[in-house]
Write a protein that binds this ligand. Sequence first.
Ligand code: ZN
Length: 364
Amino acid sequence: MKVSRATGSHSPRVRTRVEPLGGKQVAVGSTRVRGSDRRGSASTGAHDEDRGPGTPNGLLGPRLVAISIRVWLVAALLAAIASCSTGEGREREIIVTTNILGDITRSIVGDAARVSVLMAPNADPHQFALSARQAAQLEAAALIVHNGLGLETGVRSNVESAEQQGVATLAVGSAVDPIRYRDNDSPDPHFWTDPVRVRRAVEVIRDRVIEQVSGIDATAVRGNADRYLTELDTLTGWMRERFAALAPEQRKLVTNHHVFGYLAERFGFEVIGAVIPGGTTLASPSASDLAGLADTVRAAGVRAIFADSSRSDRLAQVLAEHAGLRVRVIPLYSESLTEPGGGAPTYLAMMRANTDAIVTGLTA
Ligand SMILES: [Zn+2]
């Protein structure tokens, strides 16, 4: 499990720096919060704080020294007060990369802290990137929750950069016993298609939030998590019942990329193949890839191919039409939630919609 700890995240560094004011040296308190240090230091230029409260020539008289000390003490006191209010007064948020993990984290956190989700509805987690504002927001987070295992390629460097600034992060995928792709042995990041692994994810997120977000109502978070775990158990039981309508020989999945490996393992499906090779949506199939897959699909007697609703299903259509296969292309919400009011506004709704679509697609 890849977990890094924030260092000094609750105690912004306080420094004083000396700036010339009307010919005297006056100490000015400056409170700096992690993340803004470098730019701030660079802008202080020639009269940098590291020189300390001395003078260039050491010629201050006793009275000036006394004034200087008093001003310095007041400044230090103000800086200490500012330090306290930075830690407690300003709300520090939990930032989540994908919208699926965002929904799960919000269900756990409830009103106990602010949760921001970076990935827009209907976006592709393999391809979304951050705005400059979002990237800066990451560096001030109390905790970053991300999927990891190579899923969010476009934000990996942003998360690593925040980590280097001392921000606490949680790579949820690494903590839920990930499986590996058969063809290239890299870890499969799509663990959320297995609600039992999501159960483990909830426990991991719950514990990390309580540990990392100072002052959070831990009792409320535990209560929320318990309620959500119950809902996940209900979902898992319901999925087992629904899939029981499929005979073992019907439980064959072809998808537009390898997204249902965990679901297949949990509920006894066989993954026949994927239109896009590898574990991301970033690769492209060659003509021979498609021809080979068409042969496999034909031999297995598969009648439906499942494509993600957030992606173009063009390639799946190409496979279905040009390979002369009599298959239907059925959209699933496999990688992204929809807007509220769409077909999959929450993780639980997404799983129910997909289960119904798979059962219908493989029996119709
Ligand atoms: Zn994917």
